[in-house]
Design a protein around this ligand. Structure first.
Ligand code: FPP
Length: 275
């Protein structure tokens, strides 16, 4: 893999050389300098994937989804994106049958331990948003340990949304600001978008430029509600376990075809909102 700091053009062909012809052709259509910095994905369709294949257990779909997680992460790392945020477990997901929740937690734990060599090899740094403290202790320990082990990696940030809800995150951010005001450390008149940003779980990350949702559904599902204000949305028809590198490349191409105006006319610079 190319070294950090190289100009994009110098590593672009090297990445392509490792891929099959069809994917190299898609890659050739992309402009390296205009790739999104941060991609966020709503991984949807695991249950339908399992049903379509005649599996009685939905968890078979979640298991198959791990391969898609690995491939998306590796591809984003190879393309030198800054961050990939995956909606791995929502606040609402706790309402699923106990057996499915337990299986998802076991799968997450296995992933967090088993993927360590892969994350290290690809220079990926793990991070989490949401309320990971609500996870069972085994999953939480595996998460903390993988975050610790990958902390010095300088490539892609893989950001897992765990027990995550966008409204919950906004409420917690508001509470954080209120605490600062109560402690006399913040003047309410100085609360602006940048101050709010700093209270979010995603503080320090660039905003997602591209939001991908699989399985053809046209919903945001309480994901990164604040952060996706200016994100381009790409809906992939395939179910998450079928989502391969080719689909991610198609999403990136779709993104590059869009004209991002941020509410202006002809102006393609994002508003700073005091940041
Ligand atoms: C949505 O499919 C997917 C989820 C609720 C969980 C996503 C989890 C994984 C891909 C595996 C674990 C992830 C990591 C990062 C270890 P669904 O069950 O809602 O599918 P359906 O809409 O077809 O029923």
């Amino acid at each position: 893999m190319a070294q950090a700091g190289q100009a994009p053009q110098s590593w672009w062909p090297e990445v392509a050389a490792q891929w099959p012809e069809a994917e190299r052709a898609l890659l050739a259509k992309l402009t390296p300098e205009r790739l999104p910095g941060h991609v966020a994905i709503i991984m949807d369709g695991n249950g339908r994937w399992a049903r379509q294949r005649g599996f009685l257990d939905r968890i078979r779909g979640h298991e198959a989804g791990i391969d898609s997680v690995r491939e998306a992460t590796r591809t984003c790392a190879q393309l030198r994106l800054k961050a990939l945020t995956l909606y791995a477990f929502s606040k609402e997901n706790w309402r699923r049958p106990e057996r499915e929740v337990a299986a998802l937690m076991a799968l997450l734990t296995r992933f967090l331990v088993g993927e360590r060599p892969e994350l290290m090899e690809n220079n990926v740094r793990l991070r989490a948003i949401g309320a990971p403290g609500e996870l069972p202790v085994g999953a939480l320990r595996a998460l903390d340990e993988t975050i610790r082990l990958t902390a010095a990696n300088s490539g892609l940030i893989l950001n897992l949304a765990l027990s995550y809800g966008g409204r919950d995150e906004i409420v917690r951010a508001a509470r954080g600001l209120a605490e600062l005001v109560r402690a006399g450390q913040l003047d309410p008149a100085r609360i602006d978008e940048a101050a709010f940003d700093r209270q979010l779980d995603t503080a320090g990350l660039p905003e997602p430029d591209l939001l991908v949702r699989t399985s053809g559904e046209l919903r945001v599902s309480n994901f990164l509600l604040w952060q996706i204000a200016y994100a381009e949305i790409h809906v992939a028809p395939v179910l998450w376990p079928d989502f391969r590198r080719v689909h991610l490349l198609e999403a990136l191409l779709d993104y590059q075809r869009r004209e991002r105006r941020y509410g202006g006319v002809g102006d393609t610079t994002p508003p700073t909102h005091g940041k």
